[in-house]
Structure formats: C-alpha cells, structure tokens
Design a protein. Structure first.
Length: 514
C-alpha cells in the first residue's frame, strides 16, 4: 500500500494499528482546548471575587485567549508545515501545561490577562497541528473520514463537558483547579506522542516570513477587537482605528502572500470551490450558533435556577448528538452527497434555533434537551464533512495551513457571532423597565447584566426583589429569542449557500493519492 503513496517521509507507523493510538493522543489535545474555552465562564465569578478586576480587565481576561488564538492560527499552521507538525504539537502541549499553572496561580488581574494571552499562543499551536497530523496519519479516505469524525466529536464533547467538569471542580475546589486539570492530560500527550505520532512536514517549505506573521496577528486581533467593542460600547475613534487598521493589515497580508515565492498562506487554496465553500459554511454556522452557545448557560442558571453542574449536564444532549453524527458523517456523505449532508445539517440547526426563539423561562427541559440534540446532530454532520472537504481539497504538504484556515474561520465566526448577536441580547435586555420605586443604583446594576440584577436584588425586600428579577429574566429571554431568530436566518441562508457551493463535491474513496 505504501508504494501507492507519494509520501516524502514514509513511515511504517502510518499503516499499523498504532495510528489509532496516535489519534487518541491527538484528540486529547482537542478535548482539552475545547474544555478550556468553556470552563472560564463558570469560574469568572469566583475569579472576580479573588482578583477584583475592573470591568475592562474582566473583559480582557475573557477575550484575550480567543484574540491571540484567532491571530496566530494561520502562522502556527504554516510553522508546523515548515518545522514539523509533531514537533510543534509537543512544544505547544508542553507550553500549554506550563502556562496553565501560571493561570491557576495568577495573583493580579494583569498577571491573569498575560497568562491567558500566553495560553492562547500555546493553544494556537495545538488545533491546526492535530488536524494536519490526521491528514498525514490516515491515507485511506474512509479511515480518514472516521478519524476526522472522532476529532470533531471530541471538540464538541469538550465544549459540553467543560461546564460539567468546571461545575464539579468549582463546587469542591478553588477556581484555579479548572486550569490545573490541563497538566495530567498534557503530560500523557507528550509522553505517548513522542513514541506514537510520526513526524510530517512540507518537504520544500521555503523560509517563514515574520512580516506576514505580524500582519496576520495585527489584522485578526484588530478586526475582532473592533467588532467586539462596537457591539459592546458603540462607535468610538478607538474602534474605528482598530477596525480600519486591522482591515488594512489583512489586505496587506493577502497582497504579500501573492508576491512571496513561499507564502505563509497559499491563497491559491481558495480557488478550489469546495475549500472556499466549506470554510465559508464553517464561519457563518459558528456565527449563527454563537448567540445560543454563549447565552445558554446563563439561561439555564440565572433564568431556570440550575446550579453550575446541573446546567452543564443539561447541555449534554448537544454533545451526544454531535459525537454520534460526527462518527456517521463520512459514511452518510458518501451514500447521499456532501452537499445534502452539510446543507441538511445546517438547515436542521436553523430550524432548532427558530424553535429556541419561542422558548420562555418556564419551558420544560425535555423540549430544550430535544432542541439541543438537533443542534448537536446538525453540527456534527456539517462540521465533520466540511473538515474532510477542507483537508482533502489541498495537497498533503499544505495540511497545516488548510487546517489553520478552518480553525481561523471557526474562531472568527465565534468572535463575530458573540459580538453581533451578543449586542442584540444586551440591547433587548437593557430595554426593560425596572419596577417603580427601585433605587437608582440597584436599577443601574440590574441593567448591566442579568447576573447584576440577581446580585443587586439581594438588597431589596423579598417582594420587590422577586419583581425586579422576574422583569430582568423576561427581558433576557426576549433578547435570547431575538438572537436565536437571527441565528436561524443566518443558518438557513448558509444551508442554501452550501447547497450551491458544494455542488459536485465528493469525499474521496480508498487510498488517497497526493
């Protein structure tokens, strides 16, 4: 079988059962990065009490991780293609573990912001490396589809397991424990990965261009920051400078890639309709979904009164659906078609979001659980197949760059979605009228956030507190409904676009020839 491959660095491990053990190690990294992205939300109240950050510092603690990841993914994917994806993965995993300790024991808000930024740098090395290594571990197309399904399933499971693990740890230990769980997992990854994962890289990569790295980082961070600030606080000269500066850097980055003999990102990848269609589908899907994902935990805890652990468990149907669909996605796409599976999955998510728009604070859990299951199944089918299309559309030596583009679309979609849909939720929420007689300082705190309303109401008599919190909960649910309705429109439009852009796209059969 190896004679059929044009593999620059042949390794017998690629064709032995050891590749599945290597996959198990790779998905550990994915699981951990996904868990880490969700546990901070639960830990924020405890962290705030200890470190006493200002509102701006708290925003940076939450956002800087995703800013840095979004800004460095393309650069790190390209670096892995050049120096070796295994080498980058193991270095990144070691750094991720070490910086997790810095996060856990941060003593000041400034130290926490720096620690989260460094964790983002390490995280940016992990995601594109894992997907690119799968591209080089599995040369049978059906095996690779299953491997990508497992990879995607673990990412989905991590996002859902994060609140459960975080809820358990926060009920029994201090907030830093949510970061220390990274250490044993990364230790296993490094020890087993050294032995089981074969090295792979571009055999003729050319030099790494530092100027392109800077432009990519400045461009992505500038745009994402501007969108978030615009949504949260409205327009200002800082937002304008950040947004236009970021766009200018990205335009410069693209123009530079066309001129370089060895570009950081080969822009010719986007000439492939399947590749471009899959990337666009990923970006818009995450954008439309992010309102639900970001605000669902608040709905379950602050509106329906669940504890952190119970809220985490309540979100599990989404993970179950995503894992199951992810494992079946490759077979289903070959039996029917790529575009029908992707468009069908996206339409399913869109219909579920439309139903979420009708949810109210007394909605029984079975309906919420069923809607989350539909969202999970749709996402499992769509994301697994688009990841397969993205990887199979490009030559093996560009696997890191292609994976990074896929991950960047995900991060950018999440940032834009949380900013745009989050501003809708916030705008609708802040429009509610506090009951007559509510002290001005309490009313101000209540209009800041639903959590603020619950906390501020503690200073009021019971009857007045109940009335204030009930009005705030109703406003929050109205905002969530508005964001879900817009998300539904985005998902249905994306389903239609995917149907046309992925026309004639097929998953490969048998052994992959590069």
């Amino acid at each position: 079988m190896s004679s059929m491959e044009r593999q620059p660095e042949p390794s017998p491990e690629l064709y032995r059962p050891g590749r599945w053990i290597a996959l198990a190690v790779l998905v550990l990294a994915v699981l951990l990065v996904a868990v880490d992205a969700t546990v901070l939300g639960l830990a924020t109240p405890f962290l705030s009490e200890d470190l006493e950050p200002t509102a701006t510092q708290l925003l940076w603690i939450g956002d800087v991780y995703s800013f840095v990841i979004a800004g460095l993914l393309v650069s790190m994917g390209s670096l892995g293609d050049r120096i070796g994806r295994k080498k980058l993965l193991l270095c990144g995993a070691t750094a991720f573990g070490a910086v997790s300790v810095l996060n856990a024991y941060a003593q000041t808000p400034e130290m926490m912001i720096l620690a989260r930024a460094l964790l983002g740098v390490a995280g940016a090395t992990l995601m594109p490396s894992t997907l690119a290594l799968i591209r080089n571990l599995f040369h049978d197309a059906r095996e690779r589809s299953l491997a990508i399904g497992i990879w995607g399933a673990m990412a989905s499971a991590g996002a859902a397991v994060g609140p459960v693990v975080g809820g358990f740890l926060l009920e029994h230990f201090w907030w830093g424990s949510v970061f220390l769980i990274n250490l044993p997992v990364m230790a296993v990854l490094v020890v087993v990965g050294i032995k089981m994962i074969p090295e792979s890289k571009n055999p003729a990569p050319g030099p790494w261009d530092p100027m392109s790295v800077v432009l990519s980082l400045v461009g992505m961070v500038g745009v994402v920051y501007a969108v978030k600030e615009l949504a949260a606080h409205g327009g200002s000269w800082q937002v304008a400078v950040s947004g236009f500066g970021g766009l200018a850097a990205l335009v410069w980055f693209v123009r530079r890639q066309f001129r370089l003999p060895a570009p950081l990102l080969d822009m010719r990848l986007f000439h492939h309709r399947g590749f471009s269609g899959a990337v666009l589908a990923d970006l818009l899907t995450i954008l439309g979904l992010s309102g639900l994902v970001f605000f669902l935990s608040q709905f379950l805890q602050l509106v329906q009164g669940r504890g952190p652990l119970e809220a985490g468990l309540a979100e599990l149907p989404a993970a179950v659906g995503a894992v199951t669909a992810g494992l079946l996605a490759g077979t289903t796409a070959r039996r029917f078609s790529v575009r029908s599976v992707v468009a069908g999955g996206l339409a399913g998510i869109g219909l579920a979001l439309a139903a979420v728009a009708a949810v109210h604070k007394d909605t029984a859990y079975p309906l919420i659980g069923a809607l989350l299951l539909v969202v999970g199944v749709g996402a499992g089918f769509a994301f697994t197949v688009t990841s397969d299309v993205i990887l199979s559309s490009v030559p093996k030596e560009h696997a890191g760059s292609a994976s990074a583009v896929s991950e960047t679309a995900y991060e950018l979609g999440a940032a834009l979605g949380i900013a745009l849909l989050g501003s809708i939720v916030t705008g609708v929420y802040q429009g509610f009228n506090a009951p007559a007689g509510t002290p001005p300082d309490v009313a101000t705190a209540a209009h800041e956030s639903l959590g603020g309303a619950v906390e501020a109401s503690a200073s009021l008599p019971e009857a007045e507190a109940t009335t204030l919190v009930s009005a705030a909960q109703d406003a929050f649910v109205d905002g969530l409904g508005a964001a879900s309705a817009i998300g539904a429109v985005v998902l249905m439009a994306t389903a239609v676009a995917a149907w046309f852009l992925l026309r004639d796209q097929e998953l490969e059969e048998g052994i992959v020839h590069d």
